[in-house]
Design a protein around this ligand. Structure first.
Ligand code: A3D
Length: 317
C-alpha cells in the first residue's frame, strides 16, 4: 500500500509543529509549502535530520512550488497572518482572504482529491472561502478550532478540580470567536457531570456556578491570553496538535468524534454556514455530523455565535 502524503500549506509557527508531529507519528510523507524561499526547505531539513534520533522514517520535503503537493491525501492550511496583541481574529480577514484565495487555487489544481483542514484565521470565514474556491465536496473541507477550544476548556476544568486532564471530556460548539459555546451540561469527569463535582468541592451551588462561568470566559478568551503573553504571534503547539488529531482520524479511518468546523445544512437550525459541531471523522472525511438537543439557553448561545459567523462571512463579500 502506498504511503500516505500530507501537505502543509504555510511553514510558520504552526506549520513547523505540524511537520514534526506528522514525522513523530509517522502519519505519512510530508511536504511543506511556503512562499518564503528557504523557510520550508530549512524547517523540513532540520526535522528530517533528527529521524535517526527520534526513530521516524518518512520523507520530508520543503518547497515553494505547488506542484510538489501532488497526490496529497490530506492538506493542512496555516498560511496567513497570526494575531498580534490587541487584534481580534476578524482583523485578519482582508489579508488572509487574499492568501486563502491563492492557496485554495493551488490545492484545487494539484491536490484535487485531498481532504483539507483549515487552521488559518478567521477560521470560519477562511474555511468557507477555501471550500468555495476549491469547489470540493463539504465532507472534504473542514476547519480546526473546536478540538483546541474543547481541549482548553477541559484543561481548565482538570486544573480546577485537581484531576488528570485525561479524564475530562469537554465540548465547545459554534464559531471560533469570543461567542463560542462551551457546553457545560455535556462536560464530565469520568462520566460524572462537572457541575456535580464543582458543587461537591465548594458545597455551594452559586459559588460552583461562578467558578464555571469564569472557566467558560477563560475558554472564550484563551487564544487571546496566549497572544497577550507571546506578543509576537498566537498559539502554535496546541492548534497543531489539534489538527493532527483530525488528520490522523481521517488517515487511519479512526471514526473519532471531534468538534469540527463543518458545513451545516439544517443541523442545529443552521443552513449554509460553516460552524463548529461534533463530527465523525474517517476515511471519507466528515462522515457524519452528530446532532443532539440543546436546551433553550444553549440554543440562544449557539444562535449568537452563528450570527457572528454570518456577519464575518458576509463581510468577505
Ligand atoms: P506564522 O508563523 O506567521 O505562519 C504563517 C505562514 O504563512 C508564514 O510562514 C508565511 O510565510 C506563510 N504564508 C503567507 N502567505 C502565504 C501564501 N500565500 N502561501 C503560502 N504560505 C503563505 O503564523 P502561525 O503559524 O502562528 O499561524 C497561522 C494561522 O493560524 C494564522 O492565521 C493564525 O491566526 C491561525 N491560528 C488559528 C488557530 C485556530 O485554532 C483556528 C490557532 C492559532 C492560530
Amino acid at each position: 500500500m502506498a504511503r500516505k502524503k500530507i501537505a502543509l500549506i504555510g511553514g510558520g509557527q504552526i506549520g513547523g509543529v505540524l511537520a514534526q508531529l506528522c514525522a513523530l507519528r509517522e502519519l505519512g510523507d510530508v511536504v511543506m509549502f511556503d512562499i518564503v524561499e528557504g523557510l520550508p526547505q530549512g524547517k523540513m531539513l532540520d526535522i528530517a535530520e533528527v529521524g535517526p534520533v527520534d526513530g521516524f522514517d518518512v520523507n520530508l520535503k520543503g518547497t515553494n512550488d505547488y506542484k510538489d503537493i501532488e497526490g496529497s491525501d490530506v492538506v493542512i492550511v496555516t498560511a496567513g497572518l497570526p494575531r498580534k496583541p490587541g487584534m481580534s481574529r476578524d482583523d485578519l480577514i482582508a489579508t488572509n482572504s487574499k492568501i486563502m484565495t491563492e492557496v485554495a487555487k493551488g490545492i484545487k489544481q494539484y491536490a484535487p482529491n485531498s481532504f483539507v483542514i483549515v487552521i488559518s484565521n478567521p477560521l470560519d470565514a477562511m474555511v468557507t472561502l477555501c471550500q468555495q474556491i476549491t469547489g470540493f465536496p463539504y465532507n472534504r473541507v473542514m476547519g480546526q478550532a473546536g478540538v483546541l477550544d474543547s481541549s482548553r476548556f477541559a484543561a481548565f476544568i482538570a486544573w480546577e478540580l485537581g484531576v488528570s486532564v485525561k479524564d475530562v471530556t469537554a465540548m465547545t460548539l459554534g464559531g471560533h470567536g469570543d461567542d463560542m459555546v462551551p457546553l457545560v451540561r455535556y462536560t464530565s469527569v469520568c462520566g460524572i457531570p462537572v457541575m456535580e463535582l464543582l458543587e461537591q468541592k465548594y458545597k455551594d451551588k452559586a459559588k460552583a456556578k461562578e467558578v464555571m462561568e469564569a472557566m467558560v470566559k477563560r475558554t472564550r478568551g484563551a487564544g487571546g491570553e496566549v497572544v497577550a503573553l507571546l506578543k509576537t504571534g498566537s498559539a502554535f503547539y496546541s492548534p497543531a496538535s489539534s489538527a493532527i488529531a483530525m488528520a490522523e482520524s481521517i488517515l487511519k479511518d479512526q471514526k473519532r468524534v471531534l468538534p469540527t468546523c463543518a458545513y451545516l445544512q439544517g443541523e442545529f437550525g443552521v443552513n449554509g454556514y460553516y460552524v463548529g459541531v461534533p463530527c465523525v471523522l474517517g476515511e471519507k472525511g466528515i462522515e457524519n455530523i452528530i446532532e443532539f438537543k440543546l436546551d433553550a439557553e444553549e440554543q440562544a448561545m449557539m444562535d449568537k455565535s452563528v450570527a457572528a459567523v454570518k456577519e464575518l462571512v458576509g463581510s468577505m463579500k
